[in-house]
Design a protein. Structure first.
Length: 269
């Protein structure tokens, strides 16, 4: 598939959005930026909320594809997750359908399968078709996004690559992150592959670098043409010395979702 020329980047003021603003133009993309907050140094960026259907339709008009990073990226009360991550994603898909946009790259999350036990020892890598087991309302919203993407492919022919992102930072900051880290450069490589691969329909992939301690299977991402170049292992010695190895008996270390399975930050059960 020819590389799309103009790509709408939602959530462009966020951490991942900021990284991609710097990296994706190197692949030839002209980015149209959108965020609920003004973006410093970007006077042409669109400031709009995902609840504003009219603004979203105007934002998507004329773009070749969308990378959807916007929304709440941590746990929050369900009402806030519902508005930003569930209704907001629906609004974006409707705007894309109405304006004839052919492809969306959706920022899903490993927290859609957060209650999946992590591999240990000789256990096989976790495949993308493992049953979804969200660890939070946030993870639940990513399951909804994946199902919405499937519906819009089956019903409307709107293609999506749902990327279950691990942790995309300049370098890993925890021992758990050694297994789920995606370098910013690999993140740009994966998004580029997701935008340009042919006949993706609705494809789910895991988003990480080629980490020595990898937990999940990158086969579906590689099938798009993604070739990760980075590995978290150079950071391992320092992080393990500071934090210790993961402990199988520690619930936060036993599942893919990490502390999301044990430490709801907003509400007690």
């Amino acid at each position: 598939m020819p590389a799309p020329r103009t790509v709408l980047l939602t959530g462009a003021a966020g951490g991942l959005g900021t990284l991609m603003r710097d990296l994706l133009p190197g692949y030839g993309y002209e980015l149209r930026l959108l965020d609920v907050r003004p973006i410093e140094g970007e006077p042409d960026a669109i400031t709009a909320d995902l609840a504003d259907a009219d603004a979203l339709r105007e934002a998507v008009r004329g773009v070749d594809a969308i990378i959807h990073l916007a929304g709440i990226s941590l746990e929050a009360p369900f009402a806030k997750i519902l508005t930003a991550n569930i209704e907001g994603t629906y609004n974006l898909y409707e705007a894309a359908r109405q304006e004839g946009v052919g492809r969306i790259v959706f920022a899903s999350s490993n927290h859609a399968v957060g209650y999946t036990p992590r591999p240990q020892g000789d256990d096989p890598l976790i495949p993308v078709d493992t049953p979804r087991r969200p660890d939070t309302f946030y993870g639940l919203s990513k399951c909804f996004g994946e199902d919405l993407a499937q519906l819009y492919w089956d019903r409307h022919g709107l293609e999506t690559v749902s990327v279950r992102i691990g942790s995309c930072f300049p370098e890993p900051t925890s021992v758990r992150m050694l297994s789920v880290w995606m370098s910013p450069a690999d993140g740009a490589r994966l998004f580029h592959a997701a935008l340009t691969a042919e006949d993706v329909g609705h494809t789910v992939v895991y988003g990480s670098s080629a980490n020595t301690r990898l937990w999940w299977d990158l086969a579906s991402a590689r099938a798009l043409g993604y070739e990760p170049q980075d590995d978290s292992e150079p950071y391992a010695e320092k992080l393990i010395a500071e934090q210790g190895e993961l402990e199988p008996g520690n619930e936060a270390h036993a599942y893919l979702g990490g502390h999301f399975v044990t430490d709801p930050p907003i509400w007690p059960y």
